[in-house]
Design a protein around this ligand. Structure first.
Ligand SMILES: C[S@@+](CC[C@H](N)C(=O)[O-])C[C@H]1O[C@@H](n2cnc3c(N)ncnc32)[C@H](O)[C@@H]1O
Length: 238
């Protein structure tokens, strides 16, 4: 059993979540409600965010036992175990059954590896055939605010259009080019990404791709819609 490890990707996720939470603090109401997270990984990125934002409480879920064990150790070492709780289990089974007050914001760097099947280096990172199954499931789960990573090789046009159809607007985002990591470099995954590029479902180059961490919201107090700018920022081509 392994734990997800990709330092650049996790750092971009953590930094972006921190900035978006700070910028939209009043509208997201996270100081009063807390937030939930799909996919803890080793927790280092969000443990830093929790340490930086003293009013933040996070309830996080991961299906990987190795990740949960590593995450709990890292969270304890960071001194934020009282505000960053991690449970083993499927987010979609567990997040609604934890009781307490309703939470309107979910954050995630979700599994987004596209592949024909789950037989990849870390099966927990499989995002379905087009890579966006879990993010689409998150949009359908009914949260008011979804802060999520969107990768340029995981059918981002379908992701953003589906979010729009479900009533979400893109409030803001932070985009960054990333090198392929160990999971997306796997030959089977690379071949699938090339095929998706040829089908117009992905943007990627031989040496990397784009990821944006975006705030999708249904909150009328958050103005504007940057969906088109988000898609333009993901157009990373050879
Ligand atoms: C791309 S990693 C991100 C980890 C961490 N948030 C980070 O950015 O470093 C995605 C994580 O989601 C977990 N995961 C996959 N499906 C899940 C599900 N249905 N519920 C909860 N966690 C899940 C995986 O085990 C993996 O640790």
């Amino acid at each position: 059993m392994t734990c997800f490890s990709s330092a650049d990707e996790s750092a971009h996720y953590g930094f972006s979540v921190c900035l978006l939470l700070e910028q939209y603090r009043a509208q997201l109401r996270w100081g009063e409600e807390g937030i939930v997270e799909l996919g803890t990984g080793d927790a280092t990125a969000i443990a830093d965010v929790v340490a930086n934002l003293p009013e933040l409480r996070v309830a996080s879920f991961d299906i990987s036992e190795a990740s949960v064990l590593q995450a709990r150790a890292n969270i304890a070492a960071k001194g934020v175990a009282d505000r960053y709780a991690v449970e083993l289990g499927d987010f979609f089974d567990r997040a609604d059954s934890t009781g307490g007050t309703a939470v309107s914001t979910v954050i995630s760097n979700p599994p987004y590896i596209p592949a024909p099947d789950r037989d990849i280096l870390m099966p927990e990172l499989w995002g379905g055939v087009h890579g966006n199954d879990l993010v689409l499931q998150l949009f359908k789960a009914g949260y008011e605010n979804v802060v999520t990573a969107v990768a340029s090789y995981s059918d981002p046009v379908a992701t953003v259009r589906t979010a729009g159809d479900l009533g979400y607007r893109v409030a803001n985002f932070l985009a960054m080019a990333l090198d392929y990591g160990r999971y997306s470099s796997e030959p089977k995954v690379q071949a699938h990404i090339r095929q998706m590029c040829a089908e117009g479902r992905a943007w990627a180059a031989d040496d990397g791709y784009m990821v944006a961490v975006a705030l999708f919201t249904r909150n009328p107090d958050v103005p504007g819609d940057r969906a088109d700018q988000l898609l333009r920022s993901l157009q990373f081509c050879p």
